[in-house]
Structures are given as C-alpha cells and as structure tokens.
Ligand binder design. Structure first.
Ligand code: 13P
Length: 260
C-alpha cells in the first residue's frame, strides 16, 4: 500500500442476500463506521435487486454502492441485461466487470470486458475490472503471460484518460472462495508486474496512481500482511464481506498498513 493511493475495500456479495438481508447488512456496516474509515473508500456490491435499498441505507455516509455486472448497451431488446444507465439511476458509482465467475459460467471474454468497461465509463460508473490466472496456468509457470494477455486485450485498448478512471482487481481464480489466499509475495509479484505493464503502456504517473486491488480469500487475519505489500491498494472481498464485522476488520487492517 502506498500513501499516494487511497485504499479501496469493496465487498462483492455475489448472489447472496435478499433485499431484507442486504438492508440489515448495510445497516450493520453503517453502525460500525467511525471517522478512521474516512481515509479509505468503502464499496458495497449487493445483487441487482438490493442496490436501491442498500443505497438508501448508506445515504449520508461515505460508503459507495456498486453492481456486479453491466451490459454495454444503454437500452434495447436485451432480455435479462442491465444497462449502465439503469445502474447509475439505482445509485451505483462502481461496477465489477469480468469477474472470473462471469468468465467461467457466462462466457465473458476480454472483448466483452472491454466493451462493458467503455460503456460503464461513458455513464460515469467506475469499473472494477477483474483478471487472474487459473491454478493450471500458475502451476505451469504461465501466470504473468496470462495476466499480460488479459490486460492487453481488455484494458490496454483504452485511451489514457479512460484508463485512469478504472480500478484493477487481481483475483487468482484458485484463491476465490477456496480459503487459500495468494501469499503476500505471490500477490505482490503479479501486482507489481501489472503496475509495470501500466507504466509501459500509459507512463509512470498513470502507473503510480493506478489502484490495484487483490481478491481471493481475503480475511481479517490475512489482510494486514497482504496490504503491507506496496502494490496492493486494497481488496475485493467475497465471503468475508457478508458479515459487517469481518468486512470492517479487513478495512481496518488495510488502513493500518497505510499508517505503519
Ligand atoms: P472470496 O473472498 O470469497 O474468496 O471471493 C473473492 C471474490 O471473488 C471477490 O470478487
């Protein structure tokens, strides 16, 4: 974590929580806030159905709300899809794009990630763009090649002004929901590499300001050591964001890493 970059802690609730449960969780997060959290950006990312309720619940606080996916068209005959315009209206400022679960189960590709990212930016949503390798790619020594290819085909097609508004999220697929987080060294290797790719594509200043999150089995007990790595700027949290206490504990650890 570098002081230059404000830590971001985003809770991806995935397909969990009814509207009533989402409200309860958001209320608990709000109750747990104190002034120290002002030094971080906290984002709650509920399922589509609960976005408005969560937005209402956090209004008046600094907590932001995000969505887990978006379509690239503004409107039209696209049954089942949700547009960036609709997300913005519902109260979102962020949107996760290209999560590995979307790539794995719903056929998302680097090309759809590119289109969705552009559409989100056009409507004033900040994309949180996910990338990461499979276990097989890691074990066969292809991690960095895979990361580079993903970034080149999706984000690095953007103009610099657009790229500067994107949040990156490294999520090794083998670490998601497995309880097996990347070690701080493994996360740092990929995230430092990612920053170096950003520097080659957009220059050093863009790289210095790029926010690169880590996601994959982040818990209160591993957050501090991960956050101490210089290229880990915060977290995209799955399971541990479903309880206010563990989500806020992770945010506290990220803030501690900035202070230390
Ligand atoms: P877990 O924290 O449950 O491993 O999920 C990570 C994730 O996919 C966040 O987007």
């Amino acid at each position: 974590m570098a002081a230059l970059r404000k830590p971001v802690i985003a809770g991806n609730w995935k397909m969990y929580k009814t509207i009533a449960e989402a409200k309860e969780l958001a209320e608990a997060v709000v109750r747990g806030l104190d002034n120290s959290f002002g030094a971080a950006t906290l984002i709650l990312i509920p399922p589509f159905t609960a976005i408005q309720e969560v937005k209402r619940t956090v209004s008046g606080t600094a907590i932001a709300v995000g969505a887990q996916d978006v379509f690239w068209e503004e409107k039209g005959a696209f049954t089942g899809e949700i547009s960036p315009l609709q997300l913005k209206e519902a109260g979102c400022d962020f949107v996760v794009i290209g999560h590995s679960e979307r790539r794995q189960y719903f056929g998302e590709t680097d090309e759809t990630v590119r289109k969705k990212t552009l559409a989100a930016l056009c409507h004033g949503l900040t994309p949180i763009v996910c990338f990461g390798e499979t276990l097989e790619e890691r074990e066969s020594g292809r991690t960095l090649d895979r990361i580079k290819a993903q970034l080149e085909l999706s984000l690095f097609t953007l103009e610099e002004a657009d790229f500067s508004r994107v949040v990156l999220a490294y999520e090794p697929i083998w670490a998601i929901g497995t309880g097996r987080n990347a070690t701080p060294e493994q996360a740092e290797e990929v995230q430092a590499f990612t920053r170096s790719l950003v520097a080659s594509r957009y220059g050093k200043t863009a790289a210095d300001y790029a926010i690169i999150l880590y996601g994959g089995s982040v818990k209160p007990n591993n957050a501090l050591s991960l956050a101490r790595e210089k290229d880990v700027d915060g977290f995209l949290v799955g399971g541990a964001s479903l309880e206010a206490e563990s989500f806020l504990a992770i945010a506290r650890e990220a803030l501690r890493a900035v202070r230390d």
